[in-house]
Design a protein around this ligand. Structure first.
Ligand code: FCB
Length: 450
């Protein structure tokens, strides 16, 4: 890329994202209840190298340091998630004031640092006690989720204006309940599809609960979207890509933004389809103030299935193809096919192998380029007419990457898991300059200045 600066709209929100289980640690402190990720990671064989989030980045104890780090980086908005069992240990019933106080203090320190909080209510750490009652397949859990959401908004709603109900219903449903790669580790497609449906209904109930308490809150949901693209223009490939899009993305976008399931995929799923109660689709399609898009990679599809290794493409440590233009395509497609509220890129980033050099620096040019190329596409999408309001890099710091444990580093800040020392990587330093300029700046400031 040249050093030409691409400027963003004046109030564009520059942020960084994390999630409770991935960074907090303190898994059994402060009267916190057990979550399904505690149970899962404590079960041998579930997470790589037996890693757990017991300590993770120790953010629970170091949050003040982390807030200062963000302030020093110039980060304007912080997307974090609340651990439901930290606040309501059994999922329903008594509130744990110690847990609630933690988020209270976090929010206060963010505001003192001039950082706008964006809170996600569910980023996968369901109270284990609720899983023991059937988890998201049990409709009572939807009501408990709405109650918990109301509890959070009552406590923090005077200061937190931006709320996300659920992070990535696709991942929760399919990795948690179809492949079993994530907690709770169930491998049953029918269960996965019922969970998907119930999550969307639970989302709608939470939206109502939040609005009942804070009518002016900005409320949204976060999708993981991997746009399916045909390998060639052959009708068979194009049709296969459309089917794949409907099964994975349309399955969630349509009930939420159009109040129905995609007809083709519904038919294809035969008797695996979920039980839908009267009124459910009115709930799933509550009006939203924004939608969050988490984008990492596209899915290339041909008539035989998904293309795994695309010749000539770059891949990250996750085995995910790097393809920034698809993000622009995705945003335009959503803009065209749906009555889309404003969009935030709520996650985007990449795992690469990083090392701290002898001079204490972390040079991560591939991550920097990944973020720069994706931001360029976001900029293009805004020019195309898509109302993108902000960008949250995934992630503020290296953290517990679910079934991959600590083996995958996504941070723009490096975390030494022995000492827990944080070191801002080159990508993070560059991101600071982007925020300051409100523009995509060159990654070679000294050369450009000369
Ligand atoms: C997303 C998750 C996030 C993180 C990134 C890499 O699916 O929302 O927690 O693990 O992937």
């Amino acid at each position: 890329m040249s050093s030409t600066q691409l400027s963003f709209p004046p109030r564009f929100v520059w942020g960084a994202a994390t999630a409770s289980y991935q960074i907090e640690g303190a898994w059994n402190e402060g009267e916190k209840g057990e979550s399904i990720w505690d149970r899962f990671s404590h079960t041998p064989g579930k997470v790589r190298d037996g890693d757990t989030g017991d300590i993770a980045c120790d953010h629970y104890h170091r949050f003040a340091e982390d807030v200062n780090l963000m302030r020093d980086m110039g980060i304007k908005a912080y997307r974090f998630s609340v651990s439901w069992p930290r606040v309501i240990p059994n999922g329903s019933g008594p509130v744990n004031w110690v847990g609630l106080d933690f988020y209270d203090r976090l929010v206060d320190s963010l505001l003192v640092a001039g950082i706008e909080p964006y809170a996600t209510l569910y980023h996968w750490d369901l109270p284990q006690e609720l899983q023991d009652k059937g988890g998201w397949t049990n409709r009572d859990v939807l009501g408990y989720f709405a109650d918990y959401s109301a509890c959070m908004v009552r406590r923090l709603g005077d200061r937190v204006k931006n709320w996300m109900t659920i992070n990535e219903p696709w991942v929760i449903s399919f990795l948690g309940n179809r492949t079993g790669e994530h907690a709770p580790g169930i491998k049953d497609e029918k269960t996965a599809l019922q969970v998907a449906h119930n999550l969307m209904v639970g989302h709608g109930m939470a939206v109502q609960a939040i609005r009942a308490d804070q009518p002016n809150a900005n409320v949204g949901i976060v999708f993981s979207l991997s746009p399916a693209e045909p390998e060639t223009n052959s009708p068979a490939d194009v049709e296969a890509a459309q089917r794949s899009w409907e099964r994975d993305s349309g399955w969630f976008l349509d009930p939420i933004l159009k109040a129905h399931y995609p007809a083709g995929a519904w038919k294809e799923r035969g008797n695996l389809v979920p039980d839908v109660k009267p009124g459910d689709l009115a709930l799933t399609s509550q009006k939203l103030d924004f939608v969050g898009v988490n984008y990492y990679f596209r899915t290339l599809v041909n008539a035989k299935g998904t293309v795994d290794k695309i010749p000539g493409s770059e891949y990250t440590e996750m085995g995910w193809e790097v393809n920034a233009p698809s993000l622009r395509g995705l945003l335009n497609r959503m803009h065209k096919e749906y009555k889309l509220p404003p969009v935030f890129i709520t996650e985007n980033g990449a795992a690469f192998k990083d090392e701290v050099s002898a001079d204490g620096q972390v040079r991560d040019p591939r991550r920097l380029n990944y973020i720069k190329d994706h931001l360029t596409q976001v900029h293009e999408a805004i020019n195309d007419g898509v109302d993108v309001r902000g960008y949250f890099v995934w992630s503020l710091m290296d953290n517990f990457e679910w079934a991959h444990g600590f083996s995958k580093r996504f941070g723009v800040t490096h975390v030494d898991y022995k000492t827990l020392k944080r070191t801002v990587k080159d990508s993070g330093k560059w991101y600071s300059r982007v925020i300051k300029a409100n523009a995509i700046v060159s990654d070679a400031p000294t050369a450009a200045a000369r």
